[in-house]
Structure formats: structure tokens, C-alpha cells
Design a protein. Structure first.
Lengths: 420, 807
């Protein structure tokens, strides 16, 4: 700023001089790093810092380092969710709590560089559950007042084969299971036949003056589980019911985490983390065999017994009939109890193994991203107070982990693998 | 509350009518009852009479303005007085006078040209002696509002011209306006009007809708804040001093401009010989804000955005507000120099065109608000004993806000819409809520002798917020808002001033902050349910500082330091109890603020005056309260984690040639960087943004202006003025500078724009016509990412101004 001391002309000259300074001092970081792979596939990393997202690619998730310093495509928004459907693109969704948000999808162009796939779209209604179905990514929010005054759910169908054209559909959720109660949808499992399954949280209507998020009122049937099969037009094809576990949904504030998923054979496992405090049923799982119209009465897995009493919040399929569970840290839990310990379950064998070897302790984990299953393993981005965000590679067969790619960033939100 | 709103509406309508009636009756009823007069003439050093010079008695509320012959007359009481004379462009003068009964006095002033743009010399009426302000050791700039009365500016845009200050708007008239002062924003800066905190005034009465005509000046205290503003303002304080003239005056103006913008302002004031005084300000703003913007457009059928950008016209952005400010009281009584009762009533209504990204557009959302603000102020010098000065103010505000979003439609920028199956374009609401705020200030000042004086100041502020209508809140996220949140804050300050000699004085001060907050806390131990109870927490801390100034020939040197605090807010202590947990062990954010400055005020030859001011500052901010999400703790919360260092310089240069030409400008450059080395408050993971420039903060900006006056054009005393302003803001990044490929970064582009104004004053300032062209090169301007501000606009303003000096 030394020229300020010597200024003796008009302010015009001063302004121009300072203008010149800014022109010279602009910080130009290193050039673009993406591209020139050409192997036909790359891993995708959605890293975060500040209020932005930085998209990176990597050839390997099991080793090496990556950084967002000077690298990555900056998207000036934080995406709540990245949903994968195939290997062409990952769809970033913003959980629009107040204002509507802008969704995007990113993939690779012909030369392997990150590029938008399809259009940006407006997510007008917020959402509390989401998933991939057919050629769509679906979001859903329940407990909405429809224009006819009834309570229902709003679904957005984002068509990945049609530039992300978004179709909004709604379904009345009053008296959904025939017992006069309201349903909230949780999870999307594509059955591959034009139908999808979703878990139901069945409750009394919510008193609007009760805060705390969510669309669920008092649960008067905490010892039952319902699952609905819907088609692309939200026609109800079937409703499954069983009384061996509680509802299939992991809840946190207003969110309803999916607790249903299919294995490699097409059998759907319906978990219950026994979130509802009044349930008498332990956390466990049931099975809907491929094509079946009812629960498999011969299959029941008492997970809570195997976990030593811990209940779980989230469920992800890894490979075969292996699933990863996100387990609460405390036996007794309230609405804010953390869940940063993980276990692998093999459903057919009903085995349960904690993931501890090679993995950060539950008190060290400050953030996790969305796990990504590939190559018979699951890649799990974990951030601790003392290490940069690291992709841990969990082998379900041994329930052991090892540290893989380290990403210099504030966090890693999601991973995927794209082909081009 | 509907009744209340109707009441306010009716009141405002009648008040506007009443204003006109008052204007007439005031001047009809005006009667001359001179007691003791001081008369005189103000001339320049060539002996030519000076018009519009202000002559006033230090420590009183009486002032007079000279007429075309340079003459003034002033009512004066017996005793020993210091009489001061000031005029923009001239150095102020003072004279001592001993007044006995039963005769008139004569006192002439001869003023020398000099700068009068800064606080040292624009302090006008009755608050404190001008010499005291001149000797202020604080890093302060003041903007004279009176010279802008012919413009259509609001207070915010006036403030934008101060060095070190940047105003950031989200759109046109009535849009959200935030202030950046030496890099500090939001909660770190406090706004005051006549020393009363404005934070509770409500959106219907804020910088973005109050015209400059109600102000006398704006003072900007940077970093080190005198105790009179009892506030946890870590970054500084902005004080709007309203026009408190004891003259009788009428000021009526109307302007019409682009985007169907109408502004009306009426000010009237009168003080009787018996000491009864009243002041009334009424103003109105209206704009369609239908300027063109360039943006991607949503296809309402597919829900997809276009990749191309289109020029589109804003269609749901009309804004209007109406405000009345009235004050009645007495002045110059044995028991009170000034006792005023006031009330401010305001209302506003704004359509909401878009979300925080411009491409997300709304067609029918709107909000409205009202504010009711009674106030009381009392001032007495030499209470009981000589040199004991007391000032008391009390203030209550209730503001009401109403948000409406009920349309089952999704709009795009072409005005097209698609019916949706749910209510609300964003989230369905008819939400209504009240904010209640109160504040009281007591200020006692005692001067032992010429060298030593002591002052105490105490400010209590409190607010309570709750929803007016629970049933209307259907958005599940705001249910927690149905519980009250309350905050009581007390800031006690003491300062000792040592005046070593005429050239050197020092101010030593300490502040004690106390805060008590009440808010809801979730006590549920049952998963999936919530049970809120009310909790109270209190908090206190102590700050201190020193400021000193030294005069040497044409130079003034200043240095000041303060350990300043910002107390945790209730949502930081308690969380929002939906997505965040509270942290009652938070410490106050604190900053060590250092300022050094030098001012040159020099008349080089008789006709040439130069003013230069350079201030450097250093801010060392610790214990930043940040929202952190750590999964192992279950949910988000606030933590004292963060260090920021800011080094900057504000510089100003101004040149005057006689009373014909003025050229000046200011520039601000700051280097504000994240100095927190670690990403987590509990571990040693290095932060990727260490030493990055703070994101989304303009750091290089300035403006330059020039004015040329043609005197006696088409008539004696008529003045044509031509003005030009050049505005500059350097490019800055929305997010951390070092992250991401530099070709993909979201930036706020460099802004360069030009304003032109022209005014013609006739009849000794009685009749004024002004023309303005703002942003006449039609630049695309952005203060906030993606939110485009208006392009080129024109306006024409007609103003009638009549003043009768008390005497």
C-alpha cells in the first residue's frame, strides 16, 4: 500500500493505481487436474469445504491422496445427498429446509473430464427420503398438505434419461394401511419390475404445533412393520405387514433413513432399528424373497441380540447378502445420541461383526460421508479430529477396514464410479 | 393483532394528513417573542457574506443559520457561553461570550476555508461542544447528511460513501441490506439512532428505507467504540444522528424515478419562545422494482433450468413503506435542556421475487411488517452542580412481521407457472410473529477541571420474540418458534478523560457486559420425541481500551486500542433445538482492535484546501463462534473455534477550490485472513483454509466524487451543482480463495459504476430541483452472489425548504 503515502494527485489516479494492484495480485492457483485418464472409468469424489462442494476424480480409492486446494470443480452449494443410479452420473440433491434448492447431476464427458449430465433442476419441495428407481432418482416428503386439504406425500421423479426432467406426483397418505392412520415413506428399493418398495412409518396425524421435525405423530402400533410396493404412478400395488419387528426407518429429526435394501439375489431385507421408544421388539430384520407378496415367515434376524443391545440407524447393502449398519453409540439413546460405530451383518447366516480393525474409534469420528459399494467392498469416507478425510475400505468378509485415499478437504460427502 | 394493524394503517393515513395541516398551522402560529438576542454576520476572509453557516451555543439546543446576507440572530440565555460557527467547506470558529440581562449582543465571525466534511467540524447542535468532538481520539468518520438533502438516497446508500464501509444489497428498494465495516458484518456491528440501538426497530424502519433527510449526520466508529454506545459491538458502531434543530422549518420533497419509484418526505419542526418544541418527519417510499435481470430460466413443465441466460423483468418485487416520526417536548428549562417524547410508526410491505439464488423465482410470496416505537429522552447539563451532565433515553419497540406463502404454484422468470398439489411456493406459511424490544440508556459525565473528567454509561437492552399465531405455523421446522426467546443485556461503561494540554488528550475506558438469555431447550430423552422446557442462562465479561490523540500544526495523530467483545446470542447458547444443540459454555467472541491514523487539514493557499486522512488498523479476533457439525456429538452445535486477523487501511483525500470545486475519494483495502490452523476444535487436523482470505467479504473498494458549483446562475444566490460519483468494488470470491480449480470458482465480479447528479437551488435554498442518474453506464451489479441489483435509473426530485431561525 506504499503508493497511498505518496499520493498527491486526484483520487482518480489513486483509484486507478490500486486497480492495477488488484489486477496483478489475483491469486491464480494451479491449473485444471481433471482429464487425461482415458481408462474408461474413474472414481468420483464430492468433497466439501465452506459452503461449497468440490468435485474431484481419482483412479483409485484404495490409496493415494487428493486435494481440493487449487483443484476440483467448485459448485457453490452444499449438497445434502448424492444419489447414484448407474455409472453415468451422480445426482446432487439439496435438502431444501426453507427455500427451494437447485439439484445437479455430474458425470464424465467423452474425454473423462467432469461435466454436468442433464440440466440443473429445481427441488421445490423438501424431501425426507430418496433413492434410485428405474431411470429415475426419486425424492419424497410426507405429511404435506395437498391442495384438496388432505395430507399426503410429494414425490419428485428426476428422469436421468431425459435431461433430468422432473415430474412431481403426490399420493394421499391418510388411512394408508386401512387403520385410519397416516403413513410416512422411508427408503426406496427398486424391484426391477416397474415397482419399488418403501418402508412405512404409520402413526396418528401429527399435531402441527408439536415441533421437532418429521411428519410423524404418536405411533400407536410400535410393534408392527409395514412396507408398500408402489409403481411409477404411485399406485399402491401391495402392502406388506408383519408384527415381528417395529417400523423400518431410522429417524433423526425430520429425516427418515432407509432401512430396507435388496441383496444381490433380489431378496429385500427389511430392517428395523427399533427407533420407537415404546416398541417391545428388538432391532432386527425380516426378508421379502424375490417376487414374494408377503414377508418370509421363516426368516427373522434378531440383530440387537447380536450387537449386545445396541440399535442401529442406517443400513447400506455392500455385496451378496452383506450389509453395513450404522449403530448408535449408546445402549440407551435419546433424540440426539450419536451413531458413529459400524458393523457388518451377513443376512443369510445371521452373523454380526463390528468394524473395528483398521477403523477410527467411535469417539474420534467427526463426520462421515455416504458409503459407496463397489468391487465387493464398501468405500466409506470418514473424517476425524486429527486426520484429513479418508476413504476407508471395508471388506465385509473379514469386517476389517483399511485407510485408502486421503482427501485434503473439510469433508467428503459422497463417492461414485463413472464410466465414459 | 389484525386490529392493531388496522389501527396503525389508519393512524398513518391520518398522520400524513395531519402533517400537512401542521405545516400550515405552524407557520401561521409562529410568533416572535424575543428575550435576549445575539445577532451578527458571518463572512469569509474576503468579507463576503456567507449563507447557510450555522451559529450555535455549545451545550444548548439553539442554533441559527445565516441568510443570504450572512446575518443571523439567536436567542440566548444569561451566563457564560461558548458560541460556535460552522459551515461546510470552512474551518469552524468559536468565541466566548458573557451575557447579562436586558440587552442584545452582537458577534461577527470571519471563516477561513477548510474542510468540514469530517466529524471534527460538522457536529452541530446541542449534543456536545464541537471542540470535544474535534479532539475525539477515536477512529471515527462522519458523513454530513445535509449536503445530500437534494438527493434521493436512503441512509444505507449514504453510508456506502464512508471509507471502510461497504453496503451489500440483495436487490432494489427495500431489499435486505447488510453492512461490512472493516470486514466485520452482521452481529459484530451495531447500529444506533441518536445513541439508541436500532436492532429492535424492525424491518419497517431500517437503513434501506429511511431517507437521508431525517439525518443530520452519520458517525462511523471503527473498532474502538466510546462507552456512550453500550454495545457488544466488536467491529464498530454506526450512529445516525437525526436532525434536532431547534429552528422552525419545513422541508417537503417528492421524487419520481425509474421502476415507478415514488418517494415523499415531509419534515417540520418548531420551537416556541416558551421552550415547547416539536418535530415531525413523515416519509413514504414506493417502487415496483421491475428492473431487468439476466438469469437462467426454469421450464415449469420439466422443472429444469435453461443453460442459456435471458434478460427478464422482475414481476413480484414491489415494495412500499410509510413512516411517521414525531417528537414533542420542552427545551431550555431550568430542569431540562431537553425533554422529548417521541413516537415512530412504520409499516412496510414487500413482495418476494426470488430465493437466495436469483434463478429460484417466486410469483406470489410476500411479507409485511409494522413497527411501533415510543421513546423518551432527557438531557441536562450542569445538573445540581456545574459540569455534571446527565442524559437519559428510554425506548420501546414492538414490531410485527407477517410472511405469506400460500400459492399452490411454481413460477418461472417469464411469469409462467404450473399448478402444484401442495400449498406454498417455498414452504406454506401464514406465519406471524412479534418482536418486543426495549432499551434504556443513562449517561453521566462529570468534569473535575480542565484536565480531568469522568463519564459513566449504562445501557440495558432486552427483547422477546414469540409467534403471534401458533395455528398459522404449519411448517414443522418453525414449531420451536412457538416458544419465547428472550434476551436481556446490560453494558456498563466507565471512562476517564485526561486532557494534558490543548494538543493532547487521552481517553481510558472499561466496559462490563452482562447478558441473560431465556430460550427453549429440548429435554426429551426419548428418541423421536421432543419436550421443550424453558431455560435461563447468564453471561458476563469485561472489556477495556484506550484512545489518544495529538495535534501538531495541520496534523492530527490518533491511536486507539480496545479489547472488544461480542456476547453469544441465544441461538448459539441454546441452538435452534431442531438441527442444533446449544452450548452454554460458550465464551464471548473477542477481538483486539488497534487503530492508528493521521489527518492533514491544510489550506495551502487561500483558495486551495487539502484534506487527507489515512487510518491503519489491525484486528486480532479470537474465539469466533462457529456452527460445527460433529457426528460423534450427534448434531450440530456452536463452538468457540476460529481466529481471524485483519490488517487494513482506509484512506481519504479531498481537495477544495474556493466554493466552486470539490474533488475527493476514499479507498479501503483489507487483508482479512483465517488464522485458525486446525479444522477441528479438538484435534490437530490442519485446516485447508488456513491463511486464506475470509470468504465472501469485499476487501478492496472505494469511491471518488467531484462536485462543481455554479453560483448566482440565473439569479443572485441561485446555485447549480453538478456532481459525479465513481464507485468501485474489487472482485472477490464467494468461498475460500485457495480451493477448487480457479476456472470454476464462484466469484462476485468487479463492480465499476458511475452516478451523476445535478441540482438547481433557487430562492436562497427554498426551491430545489434535482436530477439523478445512477449507474448510468448500466453495469450489471452484484453485492451478493447471483443477486443482481438494478441497472441504469433516473430520478427527478422537487424540494421545498423553509427555515425560520429562532431568535
Amino acid at each position: 500500500m506504499k503508493h497511498l503515502k505518496t499520493m498527491n494527485g486526484s483520487a482518480w489516479a489513486m483509484g486507478l493505481a490500486l486497480l492495477a494492484v488488484v489486477g496483478c495480485s489475483k491469486n491464480d492457483g494451479p491449473g485444471p487436474d481433471d482429464g487425461n485418464g482415458g481408462s474408461g472409468e474413474k472414481y468420483f469424489i464430492a468433497a466439501t469445504a465452506g459452503s461449497s462442494t468440490y468435485l474431484l476424480t481419482a483412479d483409485d480409492l484404495e490409496s493415494g491422496t487428493a486435494t481440493i486446494v487449487g483443484q476440483g470443480v467448485e459448485i457453490p452449494r452444499s449438497y445434502t445427498m448424492w444419489v447414484n443410479n448407474g455409472t453415468k452420473a451422480s445426482v446432487g440433491l439439496i435438502y431444501a429446509q426453507g427455500d427451494p434448492g437447485i439439484g445437479i447431476s455430474y458425470g464424465l464427458d467423452a474425454s473423462g473430464n467432469l461435466a454436468p449430465v442433464g440440466n440443473e433442476f429445481q427441488i421445490t419441495s423438501r424431501f425426507t427420503t430418496y433413492g434410485a428407481f428405474d431411470k429415475y432418482v426419486i425424492t419424497s416428503v410426507s405429511g404435506q398438505t395437498l391442495t384438496d386439504g388432505k395430507t399426503g406425500s410429494i414425490f419428485n421423479f428426476i428422469d436421468l434419461e431425459n435431461h433430468n426432467t422432473m415430474t412431481q406426483k403426490d399420493i394421499v397418505t391418510e388411512n394408508f394401511t386401512g387403520n385410519g392412520q397416516l403413513a410416512t415413506f422411508s427408503g426406496i428399493v427398486d424391484l426391477g419390475n416397474g415397482e419399488f418398495l418403501t418402508g412405512l412409518v404409520v402413526s396418528e396425524p401429527k399435531d402441527p404445533s408439536q415441533g421437532g421435525g418429521g411428519s410423524t405423530g404418536p405411533v400407536t402400533h410400535p410393534d408392527s412393520v409395514w412396507v408398500a410396493a408402489l409403481d411409477a404412478n404411485l399406485n399402491v400395488k401391495r402392502i406388506y405387514r408383519d408384527d415381528r419387528i417395529s417400523y423400518a426407518s431410522g429417524r433423526f429429526r425430520s429425516q427418515y433413513y432407509s432401512q430396507i435394501d435388496s441383496d444381490d439375489q433380489g431378496n429385500v431385507y427389511v430392517f428395523s432399528g427399533a427407533f420407537e421408544s415404546s416398541t417391545t421388539k428388538p432391532a432386527g430384520a425380516l426378508r421379502i424373497n424375490k417376487g414374494a407378496t408377503d414377508f418370509d415367515q421363516g426368516y427373522y434376524f434378531n440383530i440387537q441380540e447380536k450387537s449386545g443391545g445396541y440399535r442401529f440407524r442406517k443400513v447400506w447393502h455392500i455385496t451378496e447378502d452383506y450389509f453395513l449398519l450404522e449403530v448408535y453409540n449408546d445402549l440407551e439413546y435419546g433424540s440426539q445420541t450419536p451413531a458413529t460405530q459400524y458393523a457388518v451383518v451377513k443376512m443369510e447366516d445371521k452373523t454380526f461383526n463390528w468394524v473395528t480393525s483398521g477403523f477410527p474409534g467411535k469417539d474420534e469420528i467427526t463426520a462421515t460421508g455416504l458409503p459407496f459399494a463397489d468391487n465387493g467392498k464398501i468405500y466409506f469416507p470418514v473424517t476425524t479430529a486429527s486426520a484429513q478425510p479418508t476413504v476407508y475400505v471395508i471388506d465385509p468378509k473379514t469386517a476389517t477396514a483399511k485407510a485408502g485415499l486421503v482427501v485434503e478437504a473439510e469433508g467428503v460427502a459422497a463417492l461414485s464410479r463413472f464410466e465414459y | 393483532m389484525i386490529a392493531e394493524k388496522i389501527y396503525i394503517n389508519l393512524f398513518l393515513q391520518y398522520a400524513f394528513i395531519a402533517t400537512f395541516v401542521l405545516c400550515v398551522t405552524t407557520f401561521a402560529a409562529y410568533a416572535q417573542q424575543p428575550v435576549v438576542h445575539l445577532r451578527g454576520v458571518v463572512t469569509n476572509d474576503d468579507g463576503e457574506p456567507l449563507q447557510q453557516a450555522t451559529v450555535y451555543i455549545a451545550g444548548s439546543s439553539f442554533s441559527a443559520t445565516t441568510d443570504a446576507n450572512g446575518a443571523f440572530q439567536l436567542r440566548i440565555s444569561t451566563g457564560r457561553h461558548r458560541v460556535l460557527c460552522a459551515l461546510v467547506g470552512y474551518q469552524s470558529q468559536e468565541a466566548n461570550l458573557v451575557v447579562h440581562d436586558d440587552r442584545d449582543y452582537r458577534l461577527d465571525f470571519q471563516l477561513v476555508r477548510g474542510d468540514n466534511y469530517h466529524l471534527q467540524e460538522v457536529e452541530v447542535v446541542g449534543k456536545s461542544a464541537i471542540t470535544e468532538v474535534r479532539e475525539s481520539p477515536f477512529n471515527v468518520v462522519a458523513l454530513d447528511a445535509k449536503s445530500l438533502y437534494n438527493s434521493t438516497l436512503d441512509l444505507g446508500h449514504m453510508l456506502d460513501r464512508a471509507s471502510g464501509v461497504k453496503i451489500r444489497e440483495t436487490g432494489g428498494m427495500g431489499s435486505n441490506m447488510s453492512i461490512s465495516l472493516n470486514g466485520f458484518t452482521g452481529r459484530h456491528i451495531k447500529l444506533f439512532m441518536d445513541g439508541v440501538p436500532m436492532e429492535g426497530f424492525g424491518s419497517a424502519f431500517q437503513l434501506n428505507n429511511i431517507p437521508v433527510n431525517i439525518a443530520d449526520r452519520i458517525e462511523v466508529y471503527k473498532g474502538v467504540v466510546p462507552i456512550e454506545f453500550g454495545a457488544d459491538a466488536m467491529g464498530g458502531v454506526i450512529n445516525i444522528v437525526t436532525n434536532q434543530s431547534a429552528n422552525s422549518y419545513l422541508d417537503v420533497s417528492y421524487s419520481y424515478g425509474s421502476f415507478n419509484t415514488h418517494k415523499t418526505n415531509i419534515s417540520v419542526g418548531h420551537t416556541t419562545k416558551a421552550g415547547f418544541t416539536f418535530q415531525l418527519n413523515a416519509f413514504q417510499n414506493y417502487s415496483d422494482n421491475d428492473y431487468n435481470v439476466r438469469t437462467n430460466v426454469l421450464d415449469v413443465q420439466t422443472g429444469n433450468f435453461s443453460w442459456e441466460e435471458y434478460w427478464v423483468r422482475r414481476f413480484n418485487d414491489a415494495y412500499h413503506n410509510e413512516t411517521i416520526m414525531a417528537k414533542v417536548g420542552v427545551v431550555n428549562k431550568p430542569w431540562a435542556d431537553r425533554l422529548l417524547l417521541g413516537i415512530t410508526l412504520g409499516q412496510e410491505k414487500a413482495e418476494i421475487q426470488h430465493a437466495n439464488l436469483m434463478k429460484i423465482v417466486f410469483g406470489m410470496r410476500e411479507r409485511s411488517g409494522t413497527t411501533v416505537l415510543p421513546s423518551l429522552s432527557y438531557e441536562k447539563k450542569n445538573l445540581f452542580v456545574d459540569n455534571l451532565h446527565v442524559r437519559l433515553t428510554a425506548n420501546y419497540n414492538r414490531n410485527y412481521n407477517h410472511n405469506i406463502d400460500t400459492a399452490a404454484r411454481q413460477y418461472n422468470w417469464f411469469g409462467e407457472y404450473r399448478p402444484t398439489r401442495y400449498l406454498g411456493e417455498s414452504s406454506y406459511t401464514l406465519g406471524k410473529f412479534y418482536n418486543d424490544n426495549a432499551s434504556a440508556t443513562a449517561n453521566v459525565n462529570y468534569r473535575f477541571n480542565e484536565k480531568h473528567s469522568l463519564a459513566f454509561n449504562d445501557v440495558i437492552t432486552g427483547y422477546e420474540r414469540k409467534n403471534a399465531d401458533r395455528v398459522a405455523v404449519t411448517d414443522v421446522y418453525s414449531a420451536i418458534d412457538t416458544m419465547r426467546r428472550a434476551n436481556l443485556k446490560n453494558v456498563l461503561g466507565a471512562s476517564y478523560r485526561y486532557q494534558h494540554n490543548k494538543n493532547w488528550n487521552t481517553n481510558l475506558f472499561g466496559k462490563y457486559y452482562y447478558q441473560r438469555v431465556i430460550g427453549p431447550v429440548d429435554t426429551s430423552n426419548v428418541a423421536g420425541s421432543t419436550a421443550y422446557t424453558e431455560r435461563t442462562e447468564s453471561f458476563s465479561t469485561t472489556g477495556y481500551g484506550v484512545a489518544s490523540t495529538y495535534f501538531f500544526h495541520d496534523f492530527q495523530f490518533k491511536a486507539s486500542i480496545e479489547k472488544a467483545f461480542r456476547l453469544p446470542a441465544d441461538n448459539e447458547l441454546f441452538g435452534d433445538e431442531v438441527l442444533e444443540t446449544g452450548n452454554t459454555s460458550l465464551r464471548a467472541e473477542n477481538s483486539l482492535n488497534y487503530n492508528v491514523g493521521v489527518t492533514l487539514n491544510s489550506t495551502i493557499q487561500d483558495d486551495h484546501t487539502l484534506y487527507a486522512d489515512v487510518n491503519g488498523y489491525y484486528r486480532d479476533i479470537n474465539d469466533y463462534i462457529q456452527r460445527l457439525v460433529e457426528q460423534r456429538y450427534g448434531t450440530a452445535g456452536y463452538s468457540n473455534h476460529g481466529k481471524v486477523r485483519n490488517i487494513g487501511v482506509d484512506a481519504e483525500l479531498r481537495y477544495y477550490y474556493k466554493n466552486r470545486l470539490m474533488v475527493g475519494g476514499n479507498v479501503t483495502y483489507q487483508d482479512m485472513r483465517n488464522k485458525e490452523r486446525y479444522a477441528s476444535s479438538t484435534g490437530d487436523r490442519l485446516s485447508v483454509t488456513y491463511n486464506n482470505r475470509m470468504r465472501n467479504v469485499p476487501y478492496f473498494f472505494g469511491n471518488a466524487d467531484a462536485a462543481y458549483y455554479v453560483h448566482d446562475l440565473w439569479g443572485m444566490g441561485n446555485v447549480l451543482s453538478l456532481g459525479y460519483t465513481f464507485n468501485f468494488v474489487g472482485e472477490f470470491f464467494l468461498d475460500w480463495e485457495s480451493l477448487g480449480n480457479q476456472n470454476t470458482k464462484a466469484t462476485l465480479p468487479q463492480q465499476l459504476y458511475h452516478d451523476f447528479n445535478m441540482s438547481y437551488m433557487m430562492g436562497n435554498g427554498r426551491y430545489n430541483v434535482a436530477f439523478e442518474a445512477r449507474n448510468f453506464t448500466n453495469s450489471m451489479l452484484y453485492d451478493n452472489f447471483s443477486l443482481q441489483k438494478p441497472g441504469r435509473s433516473f430520478s427527478l426530485k422537487l424540494r421545498y425548504f423553509l427555515i425560520k431561525r429562532n431568535g
